[in-house]
Design a protein around this ligand. Structure first.
Ligand SMILES: [Zn+2]
Length: 406
């Protein structure tokens, strides 16, 4: 069993220890007789830091810290230490900025979970700490925005009151009589309690601030329905400041696009979306009108031969949807065959015939595309496809037209 120094205080950042085991696969790692490094557990992510040897200037980065089933703490290293064996003395140093961040998040979680219980009788069933945000899952059938804001307010009040946060050890029997928020399901002789003075008492193995004021502040963000209740995301301490800074930058950038005040962004965005919808509708109508007019002109230009009109046309700049629209207009009434192509924005082809005409557009297109190195398909009356480049489109269309009259 590794002696866990962090159990007794979260502000111990440097310690001396003796090496118990040196592991080499899959990654270099050390097991020590004692450690201040917190391993990932109880929702809290692990510390990082450095391990060094006496009489050596070099420090070795600790990238991950994990618990083993038999009670050891494994320190994974970026590179292996030289000349280290069981019995060697080493020195550990915790990354204090990362540790402080984890303390702020975890203590904030205790206050927040207690606030949800006190205000709305909503117990926390799980806690998750990620690199950039944290979340708790609440056992509740519903959760309103005003409840979220009330819990956030109470949590920040408890933070401002700067209440002491003590670590206590007690037996399971004593703990049951103390009225804990949560008792661990596993039987253990001694329980470690985190006592937020007159507000929350719960069992926990994590690292915590010494006074609630050190949490700084808490900001609740997204909430969503999950399988057994509601998940609430939050950020505390310097993370709350960093998140608010990022939110502000995003909002400022968006506001600048609208030349608006940040608080007018939703209104401006709504207005722009309405305008886009209207323009889209007008654009669709204009395309329909253009296709109808162009179809009329094209049909007037060609004579009827073998009982139908054959329209062959390569455009320089029409998209596939317009070609389809035009093909529909050309073949909707009367008897006609349309072989259409456009060079840009993407080289595209649409072959169509009026219902009842004898050809096979899909087969004709396939034949044409084989020569162009393109791909496509469709039905007997309407087929579409694309080519890798616009070269040879017009002559390919002419050949397809010849094949029809052959
Ligand atoms: Zn905890």
């Amino acid at each position: 069993m590794t002696d866990r120094l962090y159990y007794h205080g979260s502000f111990l950042h440097n310690f001396d220890a003796e090496v118990r085991s040196v592991l080499e696969t899959p990654r270099p790692a050390l097991i020590l007789d004692r450690t201040a490094f917190y391993p990932t557990s109880g929702g809290q992510i692990h510390d990082t830091g450095w391990i060094s040897q006496p009489d050596s200037e070099s420090k070795f980065r600790v990238t991950e810290v994990v618990d083993t089933e038999d009670g050891h703490v494994v320190h994974y290293l970026e590179t292996p230490l030289k000349d280290v064996h069981p019995g060697s003395r080493v020195r550990g140093e915790i990354d204090s900025a990362r540790r402080r961040d984890h303390m702020q998040q975890h203590s904030a979680q205790h206050v927040l979970s207690a606030a949800f219980v006190r205000l709305f009788d909503m117990p926390t069933v799980s806690f998750h700490m990620a690199e950039d945000y944290c979340s708790i899952d609440l056992d509740t059938p519903s959760l309103t925005q005003s409840q979220i804001e009330a819990a956030e307010r109470l949590t920040n009040e408890i933070i401002l009151e700067n209440r002491p946060v003590d670590i206590r050890f007690t037996s399971r029997e004593e703990a049951a009589a103390l009225g804990l928020r949560k008792l661990p399901p596993v039987e253990r002789d001694q329980l470690r309690l985190i006592d937020i003075h007159d507000f929350d008492l719960t069992t926990c193995g994590g690292t915590h601030v010494a006074h609630t004021g050190q949490i700084g502040s808490v900001l609740l963000r997204k909430s969503e329905k999950v399988r057994h209740g509601y998940r609430v995301e939050f950020v505390a301490g310097l993370r709350a400041v960093a998140t608010a800074r990022r939110d502000f930058s995003t909002l400022s950038e968006t506001a600048a696009l609208f030349s608006a005040n940040i608080y007018d962004v939703p209104q401006q965005a709504r207005k722009s979306l309405d305008e886009i919808k209207l323009l889209h509708k007008q654009g669709e109508q204009a395309r329909e009108d253009l296709a109808a007019a162009q179809a009329e002109t094209l049909l007037a230009e060609v004579p009827e031969r073998n009982g139908h009109k054959l329209v062959v046309r390569t455009f320089s700049n029409r998209d596939l949807n317009f070609l389809k629209l035009l093909a529909q207009r050309l073949t909707r009434q009367g008897a006609s065959v349309a072989l259409l192509a456009s060079a840009s924005p993407q080289p595209a082809l649409v072959f169509a015939q009026s219902a009842g005409q004898p050809y096979d557009m899909a087969a004709l297109l396939k034949q044409t595309l084989t020569k162009l190195g393109g791909r496509g398909g469709g039905s007997k009356d309407l087929a579409q496809g694309g080519a890798p480049n616009a070269e040879g489109l017009a002559s390919a269309l002419a050949k397809a037209a010849q094949a029809l009259s052959a």
